[in-house]
Design a protein around this ligand. Structure first.
Ligand code: ATP
Length: 249
């Protein structure tokens, strides 16, 4: 599916989405693991948050989504979500696909999982959104009746993203979507992310997989010990080997 063909189906809004996160911190009990991170991302753009194991990527995303304790401002399309519970942030257009596997209901069919993602969308909009999702990930359409638990890792990742798209989010947070997946899945994810960008979604990608981030991201920042230590654009991403040093700190 090309972006133009899909635009009518998914289009989040005619206006360009803007996302602004300021002074984001995250902590577990009293231990602070992310400190005062600022980031901006626009609709139609992907910002990659790069960092080694334990750098704080998942905690940062969790704090933005409201599922990890923390503080800071998260403005999506002019609406301040920072003080809201996670479910309210979701209802204002924020969707999060966490890193861990098992983001799908294994004993339910692909179709039922997608339906769960769609359940909070007005009934009249669900069928068009389901079509868009199935066109984005044709493999899910082919396997609609299969139990989610028998899908490959790549297919389960696509299904988790499909579920997150069920509510027509404005901002999609993707935490290491390629982790543990075969490189042949990368093309399918890249295609999906390109389509979603074309539809005006703002995308935040946490990655350690630099070659993949270099393929899909427009800008990046590097997180180390919970702080931003470097940021830049496509020119740097064209040279992922040089960025690898920054990741190792
Ligand atoms: P990875 O790529 O390995 O997932 P990450 O960059 O996403 O790493 P985080 O998972 O956010 O990093 O971890 C940041 C820090 O917070 C690490 O020191 C980690 O040990 C700690 N941490 C993460 N989750 C918890 C938790 N539930 N309780 C206590 N500390 C945690």
């Amino acid at each position: 599916m090309n972006a133009a063909a899909a635009a009518g189906a998914l289009s989040t809004s005619d206006r360009q989405v803007s996302v602004s996160c300021r002074s984001i911190s995250a902590r577990y009990s009293r231990i602070s693991v992310v400190e005062s991170v600022h980031l901006d991302v626009r609709g139609g753009e992907m910002l990659a948050v790069l960092g080694a194991n334990g750098a704080g990527k998942s905690s940062l995303f969790g704090a933005i989504a409201g599922i990890v304790s923390g503080s800071g401002n998260v403005k999506v399309d002019g609406v301040e979500l920072g003080g809201m519970a996670a479910y309210k942030r979701a209802s204002h257009g924020l969707a999060f696909v966490p890193e861990r596997r098992g983001n799908v209901f294994a004993t339910m069919s692909v179709r039922e999982n997608v339906d769960i993602g769609l359940r909070l969308l007005p009934v009249a909009e669900r069928e068009a959104q389901r079509r868009m999702i199935m066109e984005l990930f044709p493999i899910l359409q082919k396997r609609e009746d299969a139990a989610a638990g028998v899908l490959s890792g790549g297919e389960q990742q696509m299904l988790a993203i499909a579920m997150a798209l069920g509510r027509k989010p404005k901002l999609l947070l993707l935490d290491e979507p390629t982790q543990g997946l075969a490189p042949m899945v990368y093309d399918l994810l890249q295609h999906a992310f390109d389509v979603l960008k074309g539809l005006g979604l703002a995308l935040l990608l946490a990655e350690q997989n630099l070659p993949f981030a270099a393929r899909v991201a427009d800008r990046y920042l590097v997180l180390s010990h919970g702080q931003v230590v470097r940021q830049g654009g496509r020119a740097d991403l064209e040279h992922p080997d040089e960025l690898a040093d920054a990741l190792l700190g």
